[in-house]
Write a protein that binds this ligand. Structure first.
Ligand SMILES: [Zn+2]
Length: 1048
């Protein structure tokens, strides 16, 4: 597939290839020693005499004598030649593989031509596509000097009608000069799922840089997205061959099929109905669409028009449920769970013009790797997929007869493979439509070897610890090392699991954990300008074989640096070292940092100005260096994901540091003001979250592709990843707690289509070394009227997508611009509704039932930490909130944005859940307004990452003594972060409720008990979205403002 649209992505595989090529050409990275002993690599653990070697390190003398335990180890052999191979050129000089490194992305061509990979862009590239590619200033805004950011979003690139219908093929060659509207045409012409309409199917333009690594781009995901040539050592000879060509690029079953051109698309799309066929019907001749969309699942309530100025309380007292797509129940019952996959519009507008009219964003929100209780897993030698667009067979395809099925994305008619005729579940032959693959919208396949370009990697975990004075002060090492010790046996993995550790301050310390040593050896590299890896083969070791050494080290580490005076932090060089160490295999790098990096590459300067915190302008949301992004892209290329744990009381420039995780598909954790004594509740939080982090499921060397029915086009991705080609997300690691969002447009009219489908496919290596593919398919109806589009709007998904877009807008334009755009999103859509749907113009603010919470959620977004103004929010906290918006699944994002408020001093068992013999009360959710509070009650606010229990001054004695365990109000401790477990039903109920809330999320919300005069009360009140604050409107004032604008 031609993917010229996004140079970064296009460039990446090539870049990676070159890197790997270089490495393999020189043999094993580290045996080819070209470098003679450089710098003080020492075995400080060995003996105090050797701890500081003469002259090698002027900074070190005396710094580490306390490190040295009494044990004596063999001196590191070959100390004078560690062979820090220089085949890898210093990263500081390294040209990224064609990445856009600077933002904002304006008119200059971001594709570096001096790529080390020699990658040549296939076509001239519209610059702003990089925005989407790097997902930096993505959004559908049009960054670029020539374009004034519109006051509102253009939800779709080709927002003008003329662009909508034009032929992508025709335009694709001539768009280099145009930075704006042409983008998605690249997408379309290159998008495999669409290409049949323009290109003979199967003719995949392979212009991949002349290097033939990826034969067929749309097999990248399933054919192994990495163009990596393994660099394994000789332990396993099979891993040494260049496997890039070893596997067929198509599953064998498809290899000898007739030329795909025999099935040109457009005719078939006319000849065959597009809808899925009822599988229960007789398979033969079942090729007409059930035209009945009559099974309308819409409740009459859903058809109501609401005047928000009159009906003030629209918030349901139970958690808001996503709308059910208006599909025939036979289809809907097979549909994907909205927790995994949902769309902002559950009724897809037939044309872009209709979508434009609705002024609502069209996009998907995904939680693709969510932990699932039930997941059908299919092991079959044949994974049945569309020969044209590579869609996996799914519940929404139609069977024309027993032997043929029609793809619901590109409409190609495919043969049913012989093996598929047999249903392993029913053990019946001849009912392919009853196979699990066509009965489950969410399914996982065990991938055969065609889906690999190298043998599945082992689980590799590298921990990188800041051990500067500041770090030691926080005491975090105790918690982390203890958590690791506690969970060492629970790390996902198998006998191949590898582990390693690096610590750093102004120098970098490695730890040899080679099996057979009597204790770990510490090796110090003080040359941070040109980092090399001493003894690479002993630094990442097999966990099983070296477990005792690892445990030894974890027990020793927290004490080793307690007397350090070293205040500097050479984070950048440490990351470079870690990257080099992990490059041959890939894996997960967990970095713990407690301050602003001050030494070497990637050093940063403070740039937060406290007195500007409250202003919406001039705040530093963009990275101050491209170092972390560049390194992240290198990591991504080598299947390394970097998770950042920032534990810092001071400004640490998360805007810059966060890039290391963002582009390598890692996660960011932030513990402001972490201190083991002064802030014990943070210790508990870190412990709990580490436990989840260390033991949760993990997928390695993953790629994700999202396909959609021909006519629709995906154009912008949100989340932590790197876009490798127009629609292939590179995820060196995938974790079950990450969410993603994409924006879409309607590229071709869907008038002949009644149903469209979206399919995400996530190919990953499990911690057990299996290659697996997790597939989710969502089916939605197509509608032709504006009213139907509005009726099917999913307001939570819309708010979530807008939040993602607003983060991008904040970065590319400004915070105030993003805030304006959020408000305009409400005004525009409600204006459209008023002018185009409502027949009689009544006074008031009229909204469709589906959007009754739209103004409230947008107001909540304006007051959310990411976008709020007028507060003293620290810059890093704001940036972290923005990271969360981008990386959290929708359900948590909504909770952070619009918390749930409950009255809890009168909990009862009425309507309670019963889970495993536990009774969980379900109090009603209240509006976020002080009007709902009363002094004689106690109220729990669940704001996602924090729980706040406000106790009113006149709260009943019953609650005080039987829940809080105090005799009177004054005795409630000033800082109370835990409820005592008392032997009363009241205590049991609230504890059950709070535990249940906590169990449902991957992070650990701290509980604060707040008295009326507590300083935390301000935080509690800040979340009262419906109330006015000094700098923000109340909900009612906001509604009046919207009404004014709408009725203009
Ligand atoms: Zn297809």
């Amino acid at each position: 597939m031609s993917q010229p649209g996004i140079p970064i992505s296009g460039g990446a595989p090539a870049g990676l290839q070159a890197q790997n090529g270089a490495a393999s050409a020189s043999g094993s990275l580290y045996t080819n020693a070209t470098k003679v002993f450089k710098g003080p690599v020492q075995n400080t653990l060995m003996s105090s005499q050797v701890s500081v070697s003469q002259g090698y390190n002027s900074q070190l003398p005396g710094s580490y004598p306390h490190l040295i335990p009494a044990k004596t180890l063999n001196p590191v052999s070959g100390q004078s030649n560690y062979g820090g191979s220089q085949t890898v050129s210093p990263l500081s000089n390294y040209q990224g593989p064609g990445q856009t490194l600077y933002r904002p992305l304006v008119a200059s061509n971001p594709v570096t031509t001096s790529l080390h990979s020699g990658f040549v862009p296939r076509m001239p590239l519209p610059t702003f596509q990089n925005a989407a590619a790097t997902s930096m200033p993505s959004g559908s805004f049009l960054p670029g000097a020539s374009v004034q950011p519109p006051s509102n979003w253009q939800y779709n690139y080709p927002s003008t009608g003329s662009q909508t219908d034009h032929c992508p093929r025709a335009s694709s060659q001539s768009m280099s000069g145009n930075t704006n509207l042409t983008t998605h045409q690249y997408v379309s012409s290159g998008d495999p799922s669409l290409q049949n309409s323009f290109i003979k199917s199967g003719i995949t333009p392979n212009t991949n840089n002349g290097s033939v690594v990826v034969h067929n781009s749309y097999d990248e995901i399933e054919g192994g997205g990495f163009s990596a040539t393994p660099q394994h050592t000789n332990k396993n000879p099979t891993m040494n061959r260049s496997v890039g060509y070893s596997y067929p690029s198509l599953p064998p079953g498809y290899q000898n099929t007739a030329p795909p051109s025999t099935t040109a698309m457009p005719p078939s799309s006319l000849n065959y109905p597009s809808g899925p066929q009822g599988f229960n019907q007789t398979p033969l001749g079942a090729n007409h669409l059930t035209t009945s969309m009559s099974g309308l699942s819409l409740h009459p309530e859903g058809l109501r028009v609401i005047n928000l100025l009159q009906e003030r309380n629209m918030l349901p007292s139970t958690p808001l449920q996503p709308p059910v797509p208006n599909l025939h129940e036979d289809i809907q019952k097979l549909n994907c769970n909205p927790e995994l996959f949902r769309c902002t519009l559950t009724s897809i507008p037939q044309t872009q013009a209709l979508l434009n009219k609705a002024k609502l964003p069209l996009g998907l929100l995904l939680h693709p790797f969510k932990d699932l209780v039930q997941l059908p897993v299919v092991t079959s030698s044949t994974i049945v997929r569309c020969r044209s667009c590579r869609t996996y067979i799914n519940p929404f395809v139609s069977f024309l007869d027993q032997r043929r099925w029609k793809c619901n994305l590109c409409y190609r008619v495919n043969d049913v493979p012989e093996e598929f005729m047999y249903n392993p579940l029913t053990r019946v032959y001849g009912e392919p439509h009853r196979r699990p693959e066509v009965q489950n919208a969410t399914i996982e396949f065990m991938a055969p070897s065609e889906y690999m370009l190298r043998p599945p990697q082992p689980p590799v975990y590298l921990f990188v610890f800041d051990v500067s004075h500041n770090a030691v002060e926080t005491g975090y090492l105790n918690t982390v090392c203890q958590s690791l010790l506690d969970n060492l046996d629970l790390l996902p993995g198998n006998t191949r699991t590898k582990i390693g550790f690096i610590t750093f301050d102004s120098t970098i310390h490695f730890y040899s954990l080679q099996e057979g040593l009597s204790q770990p050896q510490m090796l110090i590299v003080s040359d941070i300008e040109d980092v090399f890896i001493p003894m690479p083969e002993n630094l990442l070791v097999n966990l099983n074989e070296s477990k005792e050494l690892v445990q030894d080290l974890l027990k020793t580490l927290p004490q080793m640096f307690t007397k350090t005076l070293e205040t500097h932090s050479a984070l950048g060089p440490a990351l470079q070292a870690a990257f080099k160490l992990m490059s041959p295999t890939g894996g997960r790098m967990s970095v713990f940092q407690t301050q602003l990096p001050t030494l070497g590459v990637g050093a940063l300067r403070p740039r937060e100005e406290p007195n500007q915190r409250s202003s919406a302008k001039e705040i530093h949301l963009t990275p101050s260096t491209d170092f972390y992004k560049k390194l992240a892209l290198d990591c991504s290329g080598q299947q390394v994901a970097v998770d950042l744990f920032l534990l810092s009381g001071q400004y640490s420039d998360l805007a810059s540091l966060g890039c290391i995780s963002r582009y390598s598909a890692g996660s960011v954790y932030y513990y402001p003001s972490y201190h083991h004594q002064q802030n014990p509740v943070q210790v508990q939080k870190l412990q709990k979250e580490l436990q989840r982090y260390l033991t949760r499921k993990i997928g390695f060397e993953a790629v994700m592709r999202i396909r959609c029915t021909k006519g629709l086009s995906i154009h912008t991705f949100h989340g932590n990843f790197f876009v490798r080609s127009t629609d292939l997300l590179s995820l060196p690691n995938v974790n079950p707690d990450a969410g993603y969002a994409v924006q879409m447009s309607v590229e071709e009219s869907l008038t002949d289509t009644q149903l469209v489908s979206f399919q995400s496919a996530l190919l990953y290596t499990s911690s057990k070394g299996e290659r697996r593919i997790r597939v989710h398919t969502l089916c939605l109806p197509v509608v032709s009227t504006l009213n139907e589009v509005f009726l099917g709007a999913d307001v939570q998904a819309i708010a979530g997508l807008l939040a993602n877009m607003a983060v991008d807008r904040s970065v590319t334009a400004s915070l105030s611009d993003a805030r304006d755009a959020l408000v305009n999103a409400v005004i525009d859509s409600l204006s459209a509704y008023r002018s185009s749907v409502l027949s009689n113009q009544q006074p008031g603010l009229m909204v469709p039932f589906s959007l009754r919470l739209f103004p409230l959620f947008v107001l909540a977004l304006l007051k959310q930490k990411s976008f709020q103004t007028g507060t003293n929010a620290r810059l890093d906290e704001r940036i972290f909130a923005m990271c969360q918006v981008k990386n959290q699944p929708l359900v948590y994002l909504m909770l952070t944005t619009h918390p749930s408020l409950y009255r809890v001093d009168n909990l009862s068992d009425e309507g309670a859940l019963n889970i495993n013999d536990r009774t969980i009360p379900q109090p009603p959710i209240l509006q976020l307004s002080v009007e709902k509070l009363s002094r004689d009650g106690a109220f729990l606010m669940d704001a996602g990452s924090v729980l706040m229990l406000w106790v009113g001054k006149n709260c009943g004695q019953n609650f005080l003594s039987r829940v809080l365990g105090v005799q009177n109000y004054a005795l409630i401790p000033q800082t109370m972060t835990d409820l005592p477990e008392l032997d009363t039903p009241e205590s049991a109920r609230i504890i059950a409720f709070i535990s249940w809330l906590r169990e449902q999320r991957p992070f650990f919300p701290i509980l604060y008990v707040i008295r009326d005069e507590s300083p935390m009360k301000a935080n509690f009140l800040q979340n009262m979205v419906e109330d006015r604050t000094e700098s923000a409107l109340s909900y009612y004032e906001f509604l009046l403002h919207i009404q004014q604008q709408v009725n203009k």
